[in-house]
Design a binder for this molecule. Structure first.
Ligand code: 3PG
Length: 305
């Protein structure tokens, strides 16, 4: 039995070594495909394996069709919008994620980018502090919980909007619940996005919503580029020289943003939120264990389809 670890953006070597160990101990042969160039490489590598472990790698109909043996795809991470779930279900392929495993890494990057922007890219001019500023968390899941914990250390006032949680659940963690999405944007100098990309959320962070943010506002996106209406954001930033955008998920028109607002945007060159040794180990090992549990014992915890 074989499991392919297919990562265009590789895990830290320590994580890979431990993942291999877990699979081998269970009698599963690991196959490694890292930094591959195109979908063709993935299609070749997938042939004959029963499980695949991926990160943001795209598993679509073509990849799944290349491997009639395929039973399982584990996304070592939170978001699984890179897996065609319908195609997986049609082929009887189980899809899973590893929720929470890379959450702290993403949350720490939120603050790495926030401080960079608040201190004017360290250009020598007087910046601002985060203490006593308001931070709105759009959705309150694993990453948000970590962001809230760190924000409190900075002395920020933290609000959260999450229609899937009760006000009591949010309050219990020392965060102020906000009932209406518009109020979150009105009250927050900083808004951090933690929503998945779904048909309902795509382009939902639009001009109208962002216009509600107070003077000197900053939007932080470590979620998905698709959730932001980039045209709306561009228009807003053209109208409001006080508005900044920092993002770990590069906009489609990143060059235009950088050219028009060099001081007010920051994009990581590659999605780096989950790219720490610790997060690689947490998510990678969880994924390897989930492979063993499912392929050997039929346990489908964290199944998403
Ligand atoms: C996730 O959904 O877990 C994050 O976006 C991390 O993605 P990555 O594994 O490609 O870094």
């Amino acid at each position: 039995m074989k499991v392919l670890i297919a990562t265009e953006k590789p895990f830290a070597p320590t994580a890979v070594a431990k993942m291999k160990e877990i699979l081998e101990e269970a009698g599963i042969s690991p196959v490694l495909l890292e930094k591959y160039q195109d979908k063709g490489d993935l299609i070749e590598a997938v042939k004959g394996v029963e499980g695949i472990i991926i990160r943001s790698d795209i598993i679509d109909k073509d990849v799944m069709s290349a491997d009639p043996e395929l039973k399982l795809v584990v996304r070592a991470g939170a978001g699984y919008d890179n897996i065609d779930l319908q195609a997986a279900s049609e082929r009887g392929v189980v899809a899973m994620n590893t929720p929470g495993q890379n959450a702290n890494a993403v949350a720490e990057l939120v603050f790495g980018m926030l401080v960079l922007m608040a201190r004017n890219n360290y250009n020598g001019s007087a910046g601002t502090e985060l203490k006593d500023k308001t931070l709105g968390l759009h959705a309150y899941g694993n990453v948000s919980r970590n962001v809230a914990r760190i924000a409190k250390g900075f002395g920020m006032k933290v609000y959260a909007y999450d229609p899937f949680l009760t006000a009591e659940q949010i309050e219990a963690e020392g965060v102020i619940p906000v009932e209406k999405i518009e109020d979150l944007y009105k009250q927050s100098q900083y808004v951090s996005l933690h929503i998945p990309a779904t048909p309902q959320t795509i382009k939902s962070i639009n001009y109208e919503l962002l216009s509600l943010m107070p003077k000197g506002a900053t939007l932080i996106n470590t979620a998905r580029k698709e959730v932001v209406d980039e045209q709306g954001l561009m228009k807003l930033m053209e109208e409001r020289p006080d508005f900044s955008y920092v993002s770990d998920v590069r906009a489609s028109n990143v060059e235009e943003f950088e050219q028009k607002f060099p001081e007010r945007v920051f994009f990581t060159p590659k999605k780096m939120g989950a790219q720490t040794k610790e997060a690689n180990i947490n998510a990678g090992l969880a994924a390897a264990n989930q492979c063993v549990n499912f392929l050997k014992n039929g346990i489908d915890k964290f199944r998403v389809n």
